[in-house]
Design a protein around this ligand. Structure first.
Ligand code: ATP
Ligand code: MG
Length: 250
């Protein structure tokens, strides 16, 4: 579903992604780990075109992301075309970014009604279904500030799912949470994985990687150092840098 070929990204002089190759099959859960500054967030942001890239190609379901190619050259898409591509991809960040002045239900209904122009009644019943799925049916009319961090993050997941994305990107979705709230968010993500959603998850939760991940990719310094079966890599990393990183987070 996702194919990343030779992606390079610079911030000014700073070469942040140095030739990333990665594929994610339909229904696969791909877990991305690596030290701070290794380029994990940047890579996710390139996949949903929150960032431009300087070389390489990213395809999602055979569609080139962010650019139009003609005679071997890339041309920028219009803002409208980029927005249309982004709509197919859900993203959940470390911070929940819910609209503080809207209820949980309104937060989830916002994009389907405003962007997809769904009828309110339809968006509402769909939002309630999603809230039920993330275990928050009773909180539909609460405001974000009335919820715990874990509950807010589950609303953020429901909100992303309301757009019916074919791919979900998670950037450290539990790292801003109190430890006792991490499990409920991981449980929702696990359930989503089991439902067949294709997911790329940046996380330091090695237990999640081992249990739910189909692939584990370790990045360092803007390159993929090692990638493969999570259990194999965690038990027996082949690269010294991977071993060193895992010894710190395990
Ligand atoms: P963390 O685990 O801390 O989230 P990360 O692996 O997600 O790290 P990135 O956020 O992708 O790392 O950052 C990679 C590098 O790019 C870092 O050196 C960072 O300082 C730099 N960087 C990230 N965003 C920008 C930006 N908008 N402008 C300039 N440099 C940036
Ligand atoms: Mg990051």
């Amino acid at each position: 579903l996702v194919r990343i070929d030779g992606v390079h990204k610079y911030y000014g002089q700073h070469h942040v992604l140095r030739g990333i190759d990665m594929t994610v099959r339909q229904g696969e859960v791909s877990v991305l780990i690596g030290p701070s500054g290794s380029g994990k967030s940047t890579l996710l942001r390139c996949i949903n075109r929150l960032e431009t890239i300087n070389a390489g190609r990213i395809h999602v379901r055979d569609e080139l992301i962010g650019y139009r190619e003609s005679r071997g050259r890339l041309h920028d898409l219009t803002a409208k075309q980029i927005a249309a591509q982004r709509r197919e991809i859900g993203m959940v960040f470390q911070r929940f970014n819910l609209f503080a002045h809207r209820t949980v239900l309104q937060n989830i209904m916002e994009a389907p009604t405003q962007v997809k122009r769904q009828p309110r009644a339809h968006a509402r019943s769909r939002a309630l279904e999603l809230l039920d799925r993330v275990g928050l049916a009773k909180h539909a009319n609460h405001y974000p500030a009335q919820l715990s961090g874990g509950q807010q993050q589950r609303v953020a997941i429901a909100r992303a799912l309301a757009m019916e994305p074919e791919l979900m990107l998670f950037d450290e979705p539990t790292s801003a949470l109190d430890p006792e709230l991490v499990g409920e968010v991981l449980a929702v993500m696990k359930e989503l994985a089991e439902s067949g959603m294709t997911m790329i998850v940046v996380t330091h939760e090695i237990g999640f990687a081992r249990e739910v991940g189909d692939t584990l990719t370790f990045m360092d310094g803007g390159v993929v150092v090692e990638s493969g079966d999570p259990r194999t890599i965690i038990a027996n990393p082949q690269q010294a840098r991977t071993r060193e990183f895992l010894s710190k987070v395990l």
